[in-house]
Design a protein around this ligand. Structure first.
Ligand SMILES: [Zn+2]
Ligand SMILES: [Zn+2]
Ligand SMILES: [Zn+2]
Length: 313
């Protein structure tokens, strides 16, 4: 690409993220948090687009077949969205972002879309932690993929400032985590289960109480609602899409507490009673298809079906 087409995705991206972090750290108002998320999201996308642009400028067009230099110069085109950006990074630039990181980037982007329509419900702690996570991912991406040693002085200055800012965020997150140590330990002693919170991405979501709650960001929800949110962020599964495609939504009745709160992830986790089982230790009842706990020498049915059979005999 010739010099005249050089537009400042990178500088803009770094600037947006810095501005976003400044909004978040001010924590004065809901509107600060909103602009924090909006700016961080815009910055992340610009930075990923910078990498695509270095591969070939047409890759930042939503429809590559419509790409032409005139549109590029006038900036009058629909640009590629985050999901497709990540896809192109993988398929065309051969850059794989680890699955967990990708999940957090997409979830953060979804937060942004939600807040555009419904405003914002996350606490400051939740936004502090989730933005620290996604910005750290993007800082690594910059170091690995965008050759910061060749940055111009402005980009260099922004990048330095960004790293300073994020280490301050990391400190705040760490301080808060330290302050939660005792609570986490006592939750564990009480037999409660802890998993990753869909709001702040910390492993501080406590399952097994009447309400599901996060110690870090104070997110609270009914167990089934929390399970559904967890499935959509942690497993990138959208119930509507799954049902439309005829798939199975991974939420079932728990064999222990009978609530519709058992999530099928790498293991079975119940968001209501906090019990969890390895995949191989539950099976579907041959009669009613409900999950039951496998026990040696017992017939392949759930308790209800066994009981029903015995009353019939
Ligand atoms: Zn949380
Ligand atoms: Zn349960
Ligand atoms: Zn059954």
């Amino acid at each position: 690409m010739t010099e005249e087409f050089k537009f400042e995705l990178l500088e803009n991206g770094l600037d947006f993220i810095l501005s976003g972090l400044n909004y978040v750290s001010r924590q004065d108002s809901k509107s600060d948090l909103k602009y924090g998320i909006l700016h961080i999201c815009s910055g992340i996308e610009l930075i990923i687009k910078e990498r695509l642009k270095r591969e070939h400028w047409s890759l930042i067009f939503h429809n590559i077949e419509n790409a032409n230099e005139e549109l590029l110069i006038s900036c009058e085109f629909k640009s590629v969205d985050l999901r497709n950006c990540l896809q192109r990074l993988k398929n065309i630039c051969n850059i794989s972002i680890n699955e967990n990181d990708e999940k957090h980037l997409i979830d953060f982007r979804n937060k942004r879309n939600k807040l555009e329509h419904f405003g914002i419900n996350d606490s400051w702690e939740g936004i502090l932690s989730s933005s620290a996570r996604v910005v750290s991912i993007i800082l690594d991406f910059i170091s690995n993929e965008l050759e910061p040693e060749y940055f111009d002085p402005i980009e260099e200055e922004h990048f330095k400032e960004l790293r300073e800012k994020i280490s301050y965020f990391d400190e705040l997150v760490e301080l808060r985590m330290d302050s939660l140590k005792e609570d986490l330990e006592s939750a564990e002693k009480d037999g409660l289960f802890t998993t990753e919170c869909p709001i702040c991405y910390q492993d501080t979501l406590i399952l097994g109480d009447s309400q599901t709650s996060c110690l870090f960001c104070n997110y609270k929800a009914e167990p089934e609602d929390a399970a559904r949110l967890w499935i959509s962020t942690h497993m990138k599964i959208n119930e509507y899409m799954i049902v439309k495609d005829g798939g199975d939504y991974p939420l079932y009745l728990c064999p222990e507490c009978d609530n519709n709160t058992l999530v099928d992830s790498e293991k079975y986790i119940c968001f209501a009673c906090g019990n969890h089982w390895d995949i191989s230790t539950l099976d579907n009842c041959l009669d009613c298809n409900r999950l039951y706990i496998l026990r040696d020498d017992e017939p392949p049915f759930c308790y209800d079906c066994i009981e029903y059979k015995s009353t019939k005999d």
